[in-house]
Design a binder for this molecule. Structure first.
Ligand code: NAP
Length: 455
């Protein structure tokens, strides 16, 4: 895949980049290792000052960064502004809390003094996707840098200017040269990086094949990985729920980032008794959405990020129809528009046991299923290889407890939208990956948990 900025709203190639050659990659690794030797000795206070400065730079120049995201991957501009603000928030969160999260923890044993100390590991490689091109990187970089690690970023090939802008923000914030570098390289170079003795661990957010490939390369070298992969999150609506609120949130939950979010609600599982009402409301809301130029403020849905994603999504929709699904709205690419546009789409009547019902649809397509009761709802919710998030709607306490306990996912949100929040751990189970980002769990993923025993 070429490393290039191609505007998904027009198809125009705006800038191309030569990938780094082996000598240039080696120089970046040297710089990262040298930076680590000094950087690991800096204080939490110093790192916090730099990270707070990064937050201020994000806020000051937010319009430039937001435009960059919109131009490179098609995110509606207003969503891109919100993403920059969220990046500033995660920087401030870790600047404030990292010292507490990584403070020594005393433990009473037979020693005169024993405790746990958290220490940085060294160079951490981050392989990141294009869908939240700033947020995915900052939610890794903020805790990694606060822990005293240094970062190397291999960003998705379609967002090179975002990758370079992030490196620049961290440098301008005052972090030492080499503490965080972007490598403009293709995916084929990742295994070699994992084999380099100086790279101590890696995190990848992206697809299952990419995650499996990185984990295999890391496994050969006995190196730790965190994987945040795909999802096919259920959105369950039971009879006692506030149906209007559920339908409104369902629309946001499916359409956020033009449907290209790992934690987007993808399968809507609705109690038969209220299914007609929910379906009608959802259809009204989907058909009211504005698809168009992502730079225009009232656009709800921009283009999909690449022509390949558009093609894959359309193939899945056609496969769903072949398996028995019926299209309520949408269902074909918007060929009259330049760029990769797909309309809001609802598919009903897909057989729950079909292969396609278990796949992740990475775009503005909702699959709607009807179930007789909560048992069937939970069974269907869990009938997927993924286990990232789940949103469930009920006003019955007993149902709520069952949903919280029995849904197989890294997160369950009751009567709300699944979202990431710096204060809460984020990650999945099953084929959605392992490990956690954000919160105290996120900063403790890439540290040496050192046991100290003194007599
Ligand atoms: P992708 O193709 O896996 O790309 C993600 C990153 O991995 C890119 O930097 C890509 O580089 C790299 N990559 C691809 N193949 C690789 C390989 N064999 N070895 C090492 N690196 C490799 O994923 P995508 O299509 O961009 O993103 C969509 C997927 O990501 C969806 O499944 C979505 O659910 C998931 N996702 C998950 C989360 C989460 O937090 N769980 C968040 C966002 C997205 P190139 O661009 O150079 O190919």
């Amino acid at each position: 895949m070429a490393i290039a900025t191609i505007n998904p709203a027009t198809g125009e190639t705006l800038k191309t980049f030569e990938p780094l050659n082996d000598t240039e990659i080696a120089a970046k690794l040297d710089a990262a290792q040298q930076a680590f030797e000094q950087y690991r000795k800096t204080s939490f206070t110093q790192r916090s000052q730099w990270l707070n400065t990064a937050a201020s730079i994000l806020e000051q120049d937010q319009t430039d960064f937001a435009k960059l995201m919109t131009v490179e991957m098609g995110k509606p501009y207003k969503a891109a502004i919100a993403e920059v603000e969220k990046c500033a928030a995660v920087c401030r969160y870790y600047a404030e809390n990292a010292a507490d999260f990584l403070a020594d923890v005393s433990v009473k044993t037979d020693a005169s003094h024993s405790f746990v100390r958290y220490q940085p590991l060294g160079i951490i490689l981050a392989v990141m996707p294009w869908n939240f091109p700033f947020w995915q990187v900052f939610r890794f970089a903020a805790p990694a840098l606060m822990a005293g690690n240094v970062g190397l970023l291999k960003h998705a090939s379609n967002v090179p200017q975002c990758a370079l802008a992030i490196e620049d923000i961290i440098r301008r914030a005052g972090f030492p040269e080499g503490a965080f570098q972007s490598l403009l390289i293709g995916a084929a170079k990742v295994a070699d990086l994992m084999a380099d003795e100086r790279v101590k661990a890696a995190t990848l957010t992206g697809s299952e094949p990419a995650g499996a490939s990185l984990a295999a390369a890391a496994g050969k070298q006995i190196k730790k990985t965190v994987l945040e992969l795909g999802g096919s999150d259920p959105f369950i609506v039971l009879e006692s729920a506030d149906i209007a609120a559920a339908a409104a949130t369902a629309t946001t939950a499916r359409m956020l980032n033009t449907g290209q979010s790992c934690i987007a609600a993808k399968r809507f599982i609705v109690a038969e008794a209220i299914a007609d009402q929910f379906e009608k409301l959802l259809l009204e809301k989907f058909t009211a959405l504005k698809v168009g130029d992502p730079m225009i403020p009232d656009t709800d849905l921009g283009p999909l990020a690449t022509p390949g994603i558009l093609q894959d999504l359309d193939q899945q929709v056609q496969a769903a129809v072949k398996s028995g699904g019926k299209i309520l709205t949408g269902g074909h690419p918007l060929v009259d528009m330049p760029g990769n546009f797909y309309p809001p789409t609802i598919i009903i009547d897909i057989p729950a046991e079909s292969q396609i019902a278990q796949e992740e649809f990475f775009g503005p397509v909702a699959l709607l299923f009807r179930v007789p009761d909560i048992d069937a709802a939970i069974k269907l919710a869990n009938a997927t290889p993924f286990g990232l998030g789940a949103s469930a709607w009920t006003n019955n306490d007993r149902e709520r407890d069952r949903l919280v306990t029995e849904i197989e996912a890294g997160a369950v949100f009751i009567n709300g939208l699944v979202k990431s929040d710096p204060r809460l751990p984020f990650g999945g189970i099953k084929r959605s990956g392992y490990g956690r980002e954000l919160s105290i769990q996120g900063i403790q993923e890439f540290v040496n948990v050192k046991t100290v025993w003194v007599k």
